[in-house]
Design a protein around this ligand. Structure first.
Ligand code: NAD
Ligand code: UFG
Length: 338
């Protein structure tokens, strides 16, 4: 029996593969390499000394999904595949609705036909309504402000409805807060295409000299130093959360939405200073205008994850900064250096 990991060559997928292989699981990856490289999978195998099966293909292709589920005796699915750039989703909404919804619908249909009963889905903290206060609890009102967010919202609903219709299904909707950092080996990490949208890769690229300076988007938020506050989570803690969610899904039926965050918010300036301290590097920055759509603060109440999954984030902001930088300096051009 094996676990199907869609989007497994991506940032979070590759780190999760390491933990799955370390646990002795058999894994088959389906990835289009639309936003990743097969080199990440080669490095996962190097890191763990274990083999995995890799198939290049589209998670929207139901016939392919059925074939893979059948051939590899798939018992559970972890569904990372999807587009994730918030800004692009505003420019190209149909690209996002098509890929992110069609892949989930194809997957649920293939699972039904092949009798696969467990699914772990990559949702996001972005599903919480912007008027709901932090710390976010899973029962808060949902609502989104961009097409990317709506795809997560709709996918959650689709999966919930499938669980209503089939009492044998076990699905966990993991609402990630802000994943950052990299595996401490420096072999795998985040490899954004072009100019990074997110804070930590931007800081790392500034530190390595690819960018001249970081622009901090606003210093007049209602936070302790005026810059935006987020719940940064080490990607290895996040990977462990998937192993725990899989264990939970194996033991329980039904559908649960669960936050994965640390519960602690740090500001942009906190992160810049932590990065400087952890790595002994000065980060050039300027204060710029606010980025449209950004909130003052966004952090999790992670108590449900602890209660249901027995999961709690272990790593510190210093670990995130050190490991993110270790990956960046060893791979200044990401996987493309290969
Ligand atoms: P990523 O882009 O690094 O990984 C996604 C992977 O899916 C890539 O390897 C890409 O090639 C693949 N893919 C995309 N569409 C596909 C398709 N139709 N068929 C097959 N493969 C396809 O992104 P990530 O940061 O690892 O995120 C993984 C998941 O977690 C995504 O669903 C994302 O929306 C969600 N998420 C990410 C964050 C974050 O900050 N990174 C936060 C919340 C949720
Ligand atoms: N920031 C800067 N400068 C930058 C990049 C970011 O100041 O160059 C600031 C942002 O304004 C924000 C903080 O750094 O205050 C974090 O920004 P990120 O873009 O790293 O993360 P977000 O919280 O904005 O977005 C993340 C995910 C999205 C998800 C969203 C909501 O990247 O996919 O959380 O959960 F939709």
């Amino acid at each position: 029996m094996s676990i199907l990991v869609t989007g497994g060559a991506g940032y979070i997928g590759s780190h999760t593969l390491v933990r799955l292989l370390e646990q002795g699981e058999s894994v088959v990856v389906l990835d289009s390499y639309d936003n990743s490289s097969p080199e990440a999978l080669r490095r996962v195998m190097q890191l763990t000394g274990r083999q995995l099966e890799a198939i290049e293909g589209d998670a929207c292709d139901e016939a392919l999904l059925r074939r893979v589920m059948h051939e590899y005796a798939v018992e559970s699915v972890i569904h990372f595949a999807g587009h994730k750039a918030v800004g692009e989703s505003v420019q190209k909404p149909l690209k996002y609705y098509k890929n992110n919804l069609e892949s989930t619908i194809s997957l649920m249909r293939a699972m039904r036909e092949e009798g696969v009963k467990r699914l772990i889905f990559s949702s996001s903290a972005t599903v919480y309504h912007c008027e709901e206060p932090s710390p976010h609890t899973e029962d808060q009102r949902l609502g989104c402000i961009n097409p990317y967010g709506w795809t997560k919202f709709m996918n959650e609903q689709i999966i919930r409805d499938c669980c209503q219709a089939d009492g044998e299904l076990s699905c966990v909707l993991l609402r990630y807060f802000n994943p950052v950092g990299a595996h401490p080996s420096g072999l795998i990490g985040e490899d954004p295409n072009g100019i990074p949208n997110n804070l930590m890769p931007y800081i790392c690229q500034t530190a390595v000299g690819l960018r001249d300076h970081l622009t901090i988007f606003g210093d007049d938020y209602k936070t302790h130093d005026g810059t935006g506050v987020r719940d940064y989570l080490h990607v290895c803690d996040l990977a462990e959360g998937h192993v725990c969610a899989l264990g939970y899904a194996r033991a329980h039926k039904g559908c649960e939405a669960i936050n994965l965050g640390t519960g602690t918010g740090y500001s942009v300036l906190d992160v810049v200073h932590a990065f400087e301290k952890a790595n002994g590097i000065k980060i050039n920055y300027v204060i710029g205008p606010r980025r449209p759509g950004d909130l003052d603060e966004n952090y999790a109440d992670p108590s449900k994850a602890e209660r249901l999954l027995g999961w709690k984030a272990q790593k510190t902001l210093e670990d995130m900064c050190r490991d993110g930088w270790n990956w960046q300096k060893k791979n200044p051009k990401g996987y493309r250096g290969e």
